[in-house]
Design a binder for this molecule. Sequence first.
Ligand SMILES: [Zn+2]
Ligand SMILES: [Zn+2]
Length: 133
Amino acid sequence: MKFSRTSQRRVILSELRKLKSHPTADELYTIVREKLPQISLGTVYRNLDQMAEAGIVQRLELCGRQKRFDGNIDRHYHMRCPDCGAVKDVENDRMSHVESILSDVLEDLDAEGFWIEFTGQCKDCNKPRVEII
Ligand SMILES: [Zn+2]
Ligand SMILES: [Zn+2]
């Protein structure tokens, strides 16, 4: 079965939106390939970039490592594990307070934007180590 470009893009987008993991293009490729075995990594990259340019998905500007993508384009913040690179959504009501302060600062500085990223070990990396003797 041959898939059109549009349906390829639709599958990529719907798989990305299902994920909470903010996958890299490579990770998403592995998942999308189960539905579209013919798809190439290059196609996944190209579609993600185009959708990011169009504002349909979010490209996360995380420091270092591979770029990650988010199907959720509503404004929200992320916490990145410095050990494994896992990215999680931050759910904290106080961020709206931070935003209102920052918008004043933004105005003072005549700046165009800001980027907030939290870092902290994820649950997996924070597990107590089991000593095997
Ligand atoms: Zn981790
Ligand atoms: Zn997110």
